[in-house]
Every structure is written in structure tokens, then in C-alpha cells.
Design a protein around this ligand. Sequence first.
Ligand code: IVH
Length: 672
Amino acid sequence: MENKEKAEKRAQELREEIRYHDHRYYVLDDPVISDHEYDMLVKELEKIEEEYPDLITPDSPTQRITAFEIDEFSTVEHMSKMLSLDNTYNHEELKDFDGRVRRGLGVDKVEYVVEPKIDGLGVALYYEDRVFVRGATRGDGERGEDITPNLKTIHSIPLRLNEDSVLDTVEVRGEVFMPRSEFDKMNEEREKEGKEPFANPRNAAAGTVRNKDPMIVAERPMDIFLYTLSYVEDEGFKTHWEALEELDKAGFKVNENTAKLNDIEEVIGYIDDWEDKKDELNYEIDGMVVKVNDLGYQDKLGATSKNPRWAIAYKYPAMRKTTRLNEIEIHVGRTGKLTPIAILEPVQLSGTTVSRASLHNEDEIERKDVREGDTVLVEKAGEIIPQVIKVIKEKRDGSQEKFDFPKACPVCGSDAKQIGGEVARRCINVRCPAQIKQRLELWGSRGAMDIEGMGPKLLDKLVEKGVVKSVADLYRLGKIQLTSVERMGDKSTRNLLKEIEESKDMGLDRVLYGLGIKYVGSHVAQVLTDNYDSIDEIMEAGQEELEGIDEIGPKIAESIVSFFEDEQNRKVVEDLRNSGVKMEVEREEVEQFLDGKKFVLTGSLENYTRDEAAAEIQRYGGRVTSAVSGATDYILVGGNPGSKLDKAKELGTTILDEDDFIKMIEERSLEG
Ligand code: IVH
């Protein structure tokens, strides 16, 4: 007992200390200890909590990550309606706003607070006796979705409010966002893994906050700025500025570029100052928010059904500039698709130099009548790829000729045709060097065969000289051929050949991904290998059979079938096989006692993640589907199950709890 009391005291000390360092690191960006020292504190706390699990508190810094998936978000009611803001776009409209405010209050001058308008997602956080208990999205303004486990992963959200502050039971509101630097890093990773990159940080944050797996959320660093104290038990604040100061004191992250200003003229000056500076911030803002500082005044002004009358947003003009379009370049993709790209005289837009912009396709060029040598208006509106908005035709001097979209591939000269009603033209030559190069690049990439030392320069030469015409040719390369195309040292030649040799054993999922079948990224490749034992089985599977697999829809199925119908592609597979590339899955011989049985999972399991449980089921021949139906044999139920359990009860599906399931697996018996 005595030991436990000591442990409890120490745990409390550690939590306070860790909380302090979290605040220094994540909120103030000013750590005072090393990462190692910090890790030691966390480890010590984890050890105590492991020994005495009943000492774990919900506000313990060890409780940020929840290791189970959320079935369905429940909705929660906000303490008061979450309003949105009316927009203004110029100085005149700001002065009109100030006029309305002063008239409404019957005063000559009003003090304002101006804050950056963070381009993220509005959320409400609820604290009870200083402890973070719940957080929700804005939803329809009245009710939002409970996303507490996801919000807990954001380290700048305090799990417990600072004792120095008077705030204890409160609701606060703010904006969750993804820092630009984290966004760039994440997109790079996604592209490497063959996943679709997010269009902008806002979409990335929106997708992440509502992700049902808090473990995934925890891997995507998000941040938050708080800007409203929306509910407080004993009111004592006279101004918004005071409330922000108290939020800061309580440990919340409040935007440091917030200013208290004496009148609308000062507000306009401040907003103008930030128009250029905003691009240097590590987060995206799409404007500034102007708020009446006096809370008594705010009350008096009130709100319409949608917007407060005491606040307004000022939106900066979208980033557009004119520049000269020097040339239209045609890029040939891996599948032969011809994409026009505008090569621009470089311009500065939203803090980056823009020298290329997408022109999408032939129709788009025709519709906008884009010509080489034109002056064009370019926009970068949060998206990664800048767009050509329109041509400034008045700037033409008569030398610009109508653009003639090539009917032949600019790389190999073969016909480029529009097939099957598609807008895009495709080079019909599967031996086109541009296509070959990109197929090889994908094959050697990290998510595929991971062949290091096969850079773009070497590939260019190998393809140009005709030494390599398909991915299968890589396995016929010898030292002499390599050194004949590129001056390579002995050691790097040997290393590359070794890498190529080793890639033969990467496994079927990597091969499938590396072949570059449309819609087959690394995840779909994995799903296929979970369901088939060899590439031959996949090649023989028809559209219908493939569609029957969970997560494979008609589009993916069709793409797989048509890929393997192609004579050239079949030949590549044959050549790969002859070179010794492994295209079968080696599975341990296990008794398929769940053969054909269909499972549905719901709720959180203690001994498995969802993926692990699914893998166990598949290992013994069972299948996992997402919805309960008459065909479902078993429903595996964890803590906090969702509506699937009700459905299963209705249908009389056999219900297994985690212990039943473990027993079933251990005894290899359906009796459970
Ligand atoms: S105040 C009634 N302050 O912009 C007051 N909102 O278009 C409404 N936003 O829903 C919120 N930065 O999600 C406020 N500094 C800021 C903000 C901000 C971003 C978002 C918020 C709101 C939306 C309105």
C-alpha cells in the first residue's frame, strides 16, 4: 500500500512536469530540456502506470493515443450555436462594417481585435474541472461530431488546464490546421507510397480530423489555435482581449499575430501589412478576422441567424498574377497520356516561385485559346498545382499562333489517339521511351522493388540506347552493358546489380504495385495478395470475381482485367517469371478451419488492432466484410460496439466476444 501511495505521488509529479514541458515545446515552441530527458520522464510515468493501471487518469500525457478505431462518430450539442462569419473583400466594405457597428452602439469609436483567419477546421473543446473531456467539429453549428480521440493526439491541446488560470469548466473554440511543413512532408510520403496527395493543407486537416483511426491521426501532426472562450461558468471578462490572455494563461495556443487596435483605420493598416507577410507563416490563412473587443458591446450587437454583427472576415484576394507563357510542353505519362503544361516566365505567387502550370488537356487549350507567347493570368489558390485562369488577349501582338495540339507523340513520333471517347490523347506505342522510363522508375521506387542506385539519369541512358525496353530487361543486365552506357565505378555497378538481384524476392504485392496497373496502389496490391496466392490466379480472375473482394470496386476490377488482357503486359509477366522474380505468396500451411466464413468486426478489441484480427481470420481461410447481412456468419464484438451489433442481433448472427474469438483461434474450432 505504501508503495502504491508513493507511486501515485510520483505519477502526479511526473504528469505536472511533462505537462509543463509539453507546453514549452508544443505551445511556446521553446523547449527547456532535451528530447532524451523528456523521454525519460514519459518512460518513468509509463512504468508506474503499467504497474498500477488504476492510477491512470484521463488527463495523463500517456493517454493521447487511443489504439482502436471509431465505428461511428456520435454527435454532440454545442454549448451555444457555432456561427460563421460574413466576408468583406475591400477597405470600403470594412468601413461599412465599422459604420454599422458604431451606429448600432451609438458611439464614435470602437476598439477592435484583429486575428489571422486560419484556413483549417473549426472545433469546440469542452473542459470539466480543468480536464479535457470532449471535442467536436462545427457540424451544422448546433451539433457537431464527437472527435475527442483524434483531438487528443494534438499535443498543443492541453489535457489539463494550468492551475494559474481561473478557467476550469469551459468551452473554447478554435481552428485545427496542418502546418505547411508537415503537409509537404506528408504529401511527399504519400506520393512515394503511390497514394493520392492531398490538394492543400485544409483538405489534409479535414480528412485527418474525421479519420476513424486515431493511430493514423497521431501520425499526421496537426496543430490548433484557440480564438473564442465560448462558455465559462463565472464570467469576469470585460473584453475579448482579456479572454484571449486567459486562454493563453490556461495553456492554450493563441495566435501571436493578434492585435488590439484603436479604430478601423488602424485595422485596415494592420490587414494591409499582413497581405505579403502571411505567406511566410508556417500555416495558411485566407484572411483576417476583425472583432469588436468589448464583450458588452458584442452582446448588445448580437447576431443574425448565421453571423455575429460584432465580427467580420476580410478575405485577401486569391493569389493571381500575370506572366508570359513561353511554351506549351507536352508531357508523356506512364500510360502514354499526353498532358499539356504551360512553361511560364517565373513569377512569385504565395511565397513560391511558379514556372509551370497545368493546362489539363486539349479541350481546355482550345476553350481558353491559349497560345505560346501569350500573357496569361495564373492563380495559386491553396492548390499545389497553379492554374492558368485566362489569356489576356489585349496583350497579343499578332505573333501568337493558334496552338496545334500534337497528333503524334512528341517523344517517339507514334500516333497519339483519343481512344474510347476520352478527351486525352495517348501515345499508342507501348515501347515509347517516355513510357518505358516512367514504368522503370515506378518499378525501382521504394514502394515497389526498392532498387537503389537506379536514378533517372541512368534510366534515361539505358532506355535511349535501347538496352532496356521493359522492366523484365533489368534482370538481364550485366556489368558490361551497364558500364557501356554510363561511366559507373566498379563498386556502384556491383551494388546496383546486387540490388536488382535482391529485388526478385520482394513479393507479389510489390510486383503488382510496380507494374503500374491503373488504380492499383500499394494498398490495393496488398488486398490482392491477401486474397490470391499467385499472379496467375489474379490474371485468371474475372471482373465479377475481383469485384467480390472487399475494397475492390468495378473500376479497379476492370482496370486489372484489361491490364492482363494486354498481350505485351502478359509477356512482361512471363519474362519476369523466367528471370526468377517471385510472383507467388508463400503462406504457412495452416488449417483452413474458417474456410469461407464471413466475419464482421465492431467496437474496440484489446488484444488486436482491427487489421491484426482481420489478418488472423484470413489466415485460417475466413473473410472480413464491412456490413452485417444475412450472409454474415460471425460478428466479433469489442468495447463500445456500433450499430452493427444491433443489426447482427436482429438477424440472429452468431456473436463472439474477444475471449470467444481467442479461444476459437487457439483451439482451431468453430465451437468458440
Ligand atoms: S471567430 C462567431 N476567429 O472561420 C465567430 N473564426 O468563416 C466565428 N476561423 O467558422 C469564429 N480563424 O472556423 C474566428 N481567428 C478566427 C478564425 C475563425 C478561422 C474560421 C472559423 C469560422 C470560419 C468563419
